[in-house]
Ligand binder design. Structure first.
Ligand code: SF4
Ligand code: MG
Length: 309
């Protein structure tokens, strides 16, 4: 359709392609059933992009998104893709934006099931109780609830279709500090009671420390380190993880005052060559500017740094 002989258009297309290519690249991680995998990174790290790809809100411009062996972006059998998708739900950062203001709570909660033609009798009332709200709330509208209550409604909606995996994108960071812990506790309880699996996206290592079974640290669209929380906090192997942890004591309990590590995050459209972290890295050597470190296993940690030892 486009006349690609036009040089300016070529540049636009090139730039676009690169934009998508560098949003997230070569990110692969295993999430054990009934566990929580936390994806942590600063804004621009690609964590929300990954979350949206997992639930199908974004498609990769190139490459694939593979879950349980099904390539969601390229699988020709739509039924196979639907079967995987049906098991995945998402909770968003902003509970205000993700609830239709004109719908009653009971209709919002059952919508994922109703839209697939499922039975919803009594479902909303039961779920409201399970997320700590009242049966009487079923007939109300979203504006009648506080932020924390609205996030509970979002959680009830996510639970309605009995998903195996819930992708949580900063589910508490838009809430008052006083209610953040309540919502996190609820999510932990629900995980136990329903046998859920979470991919929990956050900018804040201190929030995920107690939630996560495994933490993956993202930098400019790539995983730079992955380990269980104890190992990651006690023995961080990547200089970026070390920087994030050094910044941590300056945060309040919920990371509201997070101090970004020294230096600017580079433009994701033009990431630095070699190790993308090298302009900010105190340990950078010449090789870091040339060769991109691969993710490799050292002890119980996966880490992408030439000098992780
Ligand atoms: Fe720093 Fe080099 Fe390791 Fe990158 S590869 S984190 S620049 S030491
Ligand atoms: Mg985000």
């Amino acid at each position: 359709v486009f006349d690609v002989s036009k040089p300016w258009l070529n540049r636009v297309l090139e730039r676009r392609e690169k934009e998508y290519l560098t949003a997230v690249s070569e990110v692969s991680f295993d999430v054990a059933e009934r566990s929580t995998y936390a994806l942590v990174g600063e804004s621009g790290s690609g964590k929300s992009t990954i979350g949206k790809m997992l639930v199908g809100l974004l498609s990769p411009s190139d490459g694939h998104v593979e879950i349980e062996g099904v390539d969601l972006a390229n699988e020709p059998d739509a039924a196979k893709v639907d079967a995987v998708r049906a098991d995945i739900q998402m909770i968003f950062q902003d509970p205000y934006a993700s609830l239709n203001p004109r719908w009653r709570v009971k209709d919002i909660i059952v919508e994922p099931v109703a839209s697939r033609g499922g039975k919803t009798e009594g479902m909303a009332e039961k779920l409201l109780e399970q997320v700590g709200l009242s049966v009487k709330d079923a007939g109300k509208f979203p504006h009648e609830f506080s932020g924390g209550q609205r996030q509970r409604i979002c959680i009830a909606r996510a639970l309605a279709s009995e998903p195996r995996l819930i992708v949580c994108d900063e589910p508490t960071s838009a809430l008052d500090v006083s209610v953040q812990a309540q919502v996190l506790n609820l999510m932990s309880d629900l995980k136990e009671n329903f046998g859920l699996t979470y991919v929990f996206i956050s900018h804040d290592l201190t929030v995920v420390r107690h939630m996560a079974d495994v933490i993956g640290v993202l930098y400019l669209g790539r995983l730079v380190e992955e380990a269980v929380p104890g190992r990651l906090f006690d023995d961080p192997k990547h200089p970026y993880t070390q920087m994030l942890l050094e910044a941590a004591p300056k945060m309040d309990a919920f990371g509201r005052e997070i101090q970004p590590p020294e230096g600017e995050i580079p433009d994701p459209i033009n990431p630095p060559p070699g190790c993308a972290f090298h302009p900010r890295c105190p340990l950078a050597q010449d090789i870091c500017k040339r060769d991109r470190p691969r993710l490799r296993q050292i002890g119980g940690t996966r880490v992408a740094c030439h000098f992780a030892e």
